[in-house]
Design a protein around this ligand. Structure first.
Ligand code: MN
Length: 496
């Protein structure tokens, strides 16, 4: 569903006419070699496209305008091989709407000590050419990422990829549509927010559909399609005999398959990238979607429960940013605590909808009562989630801005069987420790709903926040509560 290699980052090299044709020819050859090498680098998930070197105000303006309107271009990388007087960049930077990465590199890694002369010096002067360009970008208060190092260094490629993934997540939001079945869960604050402001800032639209519209599609699903999906369920998951075809409780699974097909058709027909629903608005539906939401998330759709469109959109962006990396990106909720001082941790889950892409081993398809919503017992996948570094991210509406809050966590293996817990579950320890992590989260106003990522780092999220113009707040190994509270207060001033 998500193919990052189709997306392009344009490699634009700045220079000027001062040095003569021979130098410009070399600049162009070098720039093309660097762009091609980055594009071929296995660390970089997008296509890097060489663009002819730019030498005048007009060429710069024209190239950056083209970047704006090219639908596959998700961002531009700039590099000043020689000096490129930066007043030439003002007009172009003024109109640039795509994310910007400034690569501060040099064609030669080493100084050729025995042969270096003034020709070499004039050809390889990004050390000051990039400073001139950097001044202009700072002077214009434009956000960008600066990456420093030789272009063949693995670390440079990795940093470019992190930014490119963030740019891909941003690109995916532009024009994206998210469906909201019903409204917000009644009285809940943090999952609500300003959808108009979000569309202006982030480029995605959230619109509401009556649950009856979805029910009509669910009821239109053919018997053949339902039988095929039921066969897939039986082949893919552990299932008790009474849930399989002919079993006593098979009707629940049959209904769940029908709901999954209906939801999938609704989302495909409407070209949606994600959705939200609420157990308080299911009129005409037999069950709350459980396995349907779990499998749709695993296929790349953003989702969050109870009308939480912000988390649904964030989950989708994380899925795009993490495409092709081992591990998953999922809707998550801080559910309950283990407050043992020697081994404190959070149990994360949801009442049904834990993303199947997190499953460690074969998931079990089960049917249990739900306890809320007053509907029939829904089918859901139950599984454990593996250990390792992960993070929780929350997108909240602070009224005058949106905040992206990230807490790095260490996921741990479940040591106990949890035989009576009828949902998938994750255990993690927040950094820097349980008390500091939870207190900081609450001071920052973070939601109980998050995007849980096994493969994104804080650098991905910070780059994404920078591109999206989001306030970014991190809780990690170095967080100290007093300093953290000060940071929140300073940010209040910045965003006033
Ligand atoms: Mn919830």
């Amino acid at each position: 569903m998500i193919d990052l290699k189709k997306l392009q980052v344009w490699f634009i090299t700045g220079t000027q006419h001062l040095y003569g044709e021979e130098t410009l020819k070399q600049v162009a050859e070098h720039a093309e070699e660097v762009a091609k090498s980055l594009s071929a680098n296995k660390e970089i998930s997008v296509t890097v496209v060489y663009k002819p070197i730019v030498k005048t105000t007009e060429e710069i303006f024209e190239t950056l305008q083209q970047a704006n309107i090219d639908e596959n271009c998700i961002g531009v990388i700039t590099w000043m091989h020689t000096f490129s007087p930066a007043k030439m960049w003002i007009r172009g930077l003024n109109v640039l709407q795509k994310p910007l990465l400034h690569l501060h590199t040099q064609f030669n890694r080493d100084i050729p000590w025995n042969t270096i002369d003034m020709d070499f010096m004039n050809l390889n002067q990004s050390a000051h050419g990039d400073r001139e360009f950097g001044f202009m970008v700072s002077r214009m208060r434009k956000d960008r990422k600066v990456v420093v190092g030789h272009w063949q260094d693995e670390d440079v490629a990795k940093q470019i990829d992190v930014w490119a993934r963030a740019a891909a997540g941003w690109h995916d939001w532009q024009g994206a549509k998210f469906a909201r079945f019903g409204d917000n869960m009644r009285y809940v604050a943090v999952t609500d927010g300003d959808k108009v402001e979000a569309e202006m800032k982030f480029g995605f639209a959230v619109n509401t559909y009556g649950i009856g519209d979805l029910v009509a599609v669910i009821n239109s699903i053919s018997e053949d399609a339902i039988q095929n999906l039921l066969k897939e369920y039986e082949e893919t998951y552990e299932m008790s005999a009474d849930l399989k075809t002919g079993g006593e409780r098979h009707a629940s699974v049959y209904e769940a398959a029908k709901i999954e097909l209906g939801l999938r058709k609704f989302l495909e027909d409407g070209n949606f990238k994600g959705f939200s629903d609420t157990f308080e608005d299911l009129h005409g539906m037999v069950q709350l979607p459980g396995i349907a939401a779990q499998r749709l998330m695993a296929d790349g759709y953003g989702f969050a429960g109870e009308g939480d469109w912000k988390t649904a959109a964030l989950v989708r962006a994380c899925k795009v940013m993490g495409a092709g990396l081992p591990g998953g990106n999922a809707f998550m909720e801080d559910y309950t605590y283990h407050f043992d001082p020697a081994n404190a941790m959070v149990l994360g889950s949801h009442m049904l909808e834990v993303d199947a892409s997190l499953a460690k081993g074969k998931a079990s398809l089960e049917v249990h009562p739900l306890g809320i919503g007053g509907k029939a017992d829904p089918a859901r996948l139950v599984f454990n989630v593996g250990s390792g570094d992960a993070l929780n991210a929350s997108l909240i509406d602070m009224g005058n801005r949106f905040r992206l809050l990230v807490n790095e966590v260490k996921a741990v293996e479940t040591e106990n069987e949890l035989p009576n817990l009828p949902v998938a579950r994750v255990l993690w320890k927040p950094l820097p420790d349980m008390k500091t992590g939870c207190a900081a989260w609450i001071y920052a106003g973070g939601a109980h709903h998050t995007a849980y990522s096994q493969n994104l780092t804080t650098e991905h999220l910070a780059d994404f926040a920078n591109i999206a113009g989001l306030e970014y707040v991190n809780i990690g190994a170095e967080t100290k509560i007093n300093q953290f509270r000060n940071e929140l207060q300073w940010n209040e001033v910045f965003y006033k």
